[in-house]
Design a protein around this ligand. Structure first.
Ligand code: PAD
Ligand code: ZN
Ligand code: ZN
Length: 374
């Protein structure tokens, strides 16, 4: 029997308050309104950004259904939806692409004005489609993939190849694309260059894949957890260093290793001290340093302008600088054409109900990406 137009009762992981585990709850998911799409989730992975919300370092209204790195199948669509139809395989987009705003029309910009508005935790019309125990539940950055069913705005969903394995390509919804794009699109890593990547989680390892694809000659991986080094080498790192093994600051070590500093450096942790180390490890005159990690709420760095006056570039981007609705289908096609691996980033697969175990694996540093299947 078709569920289109009806409220769907299903399970979702609700975060009622910060610093608490998720509760698997029975929720009600309202049908999609005009220009909205209801999706049956098939797989979702866990990204550090979800954990930033749980830890309270990234604010979004609670209670909420988190999760933003997922893939599923369209269950039904609201009036006026033209880009997807029931049965299509799709990836929700935490950074939507409306196609009409100044940024969507800009040749390089990718942070659609609608994403800037999103911390309010609702659909673009200001309401939510989730209810639990009679209470309205917020969504999270236009995706909310920690639910058997979710509703997203049409501008926040991309149709992908019908043959793609959803339990792998879900990583294209955030971590992989963010890291890979930070190297190939934001930094524009050049052949023969030297790169340093701070932080070897799912996103940092994807930066390494991007640096390798772009033809970097040296890729120096930096992490305080040496257990991450084997995987980093497998994916393209040429050297791995642990700041805890040195008495001097790690940027000095990198400057010595690279004749004054690397061509491209990436901070993929989300800490102010490592953002500064990453900046300082890039060459003072020709270096490009990219911030990928999400910094803690409302904290700032004070810096000497001379660090930039000599020629360095300091930049950052959300979602690897990719325009999401245009790029996600292409990235999935590239994965299907074996242009890059995703399997090596997936260390654990668990049933959705074990979501708290997935977060424990992330805390303990044992997982790269855990994929939850529905
Ligand atoms: P992760 O937690 O899997 O990986 C972080 C890595 O950093 C781990 O391997 C840690 O051991 C390592 N680390 C921690 N502290 C230090 C330190 N002081 N020095 C060196 N290494 C350290 O996270 P992830 O890969 O899922 O995400 C990384 C960051 O990227 C995180 O801040 C996340 O919020 C951000 C992110 N940004 C975007 C974006 O659009 N810009 C998208 C997705 C994720
Ligand atoms: Zn993410
Ligand atoms: Zn836009």
């Amino acid at each position: 029997m078709s569920t289109a137009g009806k409220v769907i009762k299903c399970k979702a992981a609700v975060l009622w308050e910060t610093k608490k585990p998720f509760s698997i709850e029975d929720i009600e998911v309202a049908p999609p309104k005009a220009h909205e799409v209801r999706i049956k989730m098939v797989a979702t992975s866990v990204c550090r950004t979800d954990e930033h919300v749980v830890a309270g370092s990234l604010s979004t209204p609670l209670p909420a259904v988190l999760g933003h790195e997922g893939a599923g199948i369209v269950e039904s669509v609201g009036e006026g939806v033209t880009s997807v139809k029931p049965g299509d395989k799709v990836i929700p987009l935490f950074s939507p692409q409306c196609g009409n705003c100044r940024i969507c029309k800009h040749p390089e910009g990718n942070l659609c004005v609608t994403s800037l508005a999103n911390p309010r935790g609702t659909m673009s019309d200001g309401t939510t489609r989730f209810t639990c125990k009679g209470k309205s539940i917020h969504n999270f950055i236009s995706t909310s993939t920690f639910s058997q069913y979710t509703v997203v705005d049409e501008m926040a969903v991309a149709k992908i190849d019908a043959a793609s394995p959803l339990d792998k390509v879900c990583l294209i919804g955030c971590g992989f694309s963010t890291g890979y794009g930070s190297a190939v699109k934001v930094a524009k890593v050049t052949p023969g260059s030297t790169c340093a990547v701070f932080g070897l989680g799912g996103v940092g390892l994807s930066v390494i894949i991007g640096c390798k694809t772009a033809g970097a000659a040296r890729i120096i991986a930096v992490d305080i957890n040496k257990d991450k080094f084997a995987k980093a080498k497998e994916l393209g790192a040429t050297e791995c260093i642990n700041p805890l093994d040195y008495s001097k600051p790690i940027h000095e070590v990198l400057q010595e290793m690279t004749d004054g500093g690397v061509d491209f450096s990436f901070e993929v942790i989300g800490r102010l001290d490592t953002m500064m180390s990453s900046l300082l490890s890039s060459h003072a005159s020709c270096g490009v340093s990219v911030i990928v990690g999400t910094p803690p709420n409302s904290q700032s760095i004070s810096m000497n302008p001379l660090l930039l006056l000599l020629g360095r570039t300091w930049k950052g981007a959300i979602f690897g600088g990719f325009k999401s609705k245009d790029s996600v289908p292409k990235l999935v096609a590239d994965f299907m054409a074996k242009k890059f691996p995703l399997e090596q980033l997936i260390t654990h697969v668990l049933p959705f109900e074990k979501i708290n175990e997935a977060f424990e694996l992330l805390h303990s540093g044992k997982s790269i990406r855990t994929v939850l299947t529905f």
